[in-house]
Design a protein around this ligand. Structure first.
Ligand code: NAD
Length: 333
């Protein structure tokens, strides 16, 4: 779908890179692209949420390490000799974090410190961190104003607080120890290989799974909450641009999104139509604690500093994603 070579050229050719969370959704897309660009990839994952099957068909060039980022020795060994680290490993669900906050701090915060210490010891050129738009919370007002990186973060859930702690560690390690870092604040990333089977599945994956068998999707709250749904190739592109950036980034935060806003009701209607169930109404359940109302990114800084432009718009990404779920969920039946 995307000619990565024409965009990123030889920038990663022969470079040894580590992708934590490499068996997961976004990590596997980063790896697919890095392999296509000729990088020598180390994939690190404890398989708590990912699956090495996500890397099937990428060739033999990926070294797979099954271990946890909470194991400082294992992550230290994996990082040796790497020029870049793309740190994607984390526990990712807001509702689950409300139930298990200590576990979230252990993996998302201590695990991230272990990654930074490993990067420091290995003399890594730059660590790219998977931040989250949940760091913004619900700023004052009706929440519909695009989120700018200069806004004070207001995390609402333990998950958001752990991702923000990770961001702060990125900035601190860059300034204290000279490990350069960049924070990519992802806004609702979606695409092929996002897990639809978890009890905490992201909304597009969950709708796909339900609609595939003709069941209605579940919407929490009235569905008027909106998101800047972002196709995964855009997140990959932002990571690669951050890695290639000339000069230190010192833990700077960059929004990664399209810059649009789609309500969950609208998303459901579009997906239901794609599945031939335009008349199948969604089921509404009470809204969930920790969820934000509206989430839309101001993309000015990412465009200005990293030269980012979204590669894939929402509609094109949604069509590709629905097609993928149709094929792959059918295969699993
Ligand atoms: N998908 C989104 O919309 C979104 C939005 C904001 C931020 N993020 C962040 O992006 C990153 C990737 O998310 P994703 O959507 O690909 O989710 P994912 O669950 O598919 O990927 C996360 C991967 O991390 C692995 N992992 C979890 N704990 C680990 C540990 N202790 N050690 C090693 N590996 C571990 C999991 O097994 C999984 O493969 C996460 O850091 C997440 O917080 C995602």
């Amino acid at each position: 779908m995307i000619d990565w070579q024409s965009i990123h050229g030889e920038s990663f050719s022969g470079a040894r890179v580590l992708v934590t969370g490499g068996a997961g959704f976004i990590g596997s897309h980063l790896i697919e692209t890095l392999v296509a660009l000729g990088a020598d990839v180390v994939a690190f994952d404890d398989l708590s949420g990912g699956d090495w099957a996500n890397l099937d068909g990428f060739g033999d060039g990926v070294e797979q390490i099954t271990a946890s980022i909470t194991d400082a020795e294992a992550i230290g060994k994996a990082t040796a000799g790497c020029r870049f680290v793309f740190h994607q490993a984390a526990l990712g669900s807001v509702p689950r974090s409300l139930k298990e906050p200590e576990l979230y701090y252990d993996v998302n915060v201590i695990g991230t410190v272990n990654v930074l210490q490993a990067a420091r010891a290995a003399g890594v050129g730059r660590v790219m961190f998977a931040g989250s738009s949940s760091a913004y919370g619900n700023p004052p007002g009706d929440g519909s104003t695009p989120k700018v990186e200069t806004m004070p973060p207001l995390p609402l859930s333990p998950y958001a607080a752990t991702k923000l702690a990770g961001e702060h560690a990125m900035r601190a390690w860059a300034n204290s120890y000279g490990v350069d870092t960049a924070v990519l604040r992802y806004f609702n990333i979606f695409g092929p290989r996002q897990n639809p089977h978890s009890a905490y599945a992201a909304v597009i994956a969950a709708f796909a799974k339900a609609l595939h068998v003709g069941r209605p999707g579940v919407i929490f709250g009235d569905g008027e909450q909106s998101r800047d749904f972002t196709f995964v190739a855009n997140a990959v592109h932002a990571n690669l641009l951050a890695a290639r950036h000339d000069g230190p980034l010192l833990g700077e935060v960059f929004n990664v999104a399209v810059g649009g806003r789609v309500s969950v009701n609208e998303l459901y209607q579009r997906m239901a139509a794609r599945y031939g169930h335009a008349d199948l109404a969604a089921v509404h359940q009470p809204s969930r604690g920790g969820d934000v109302l509206h989430s839309q990114a101001d993309m000015s800084k990412t465009k200005r500093t990293l030269g980012y432009e979204p590669l894939v718009d929402f509609d094109t990404g949604l069509a590709a994603t629905c097609d993928w779920y149709k094929q792959n969920l059918a295969r699993q039946e």
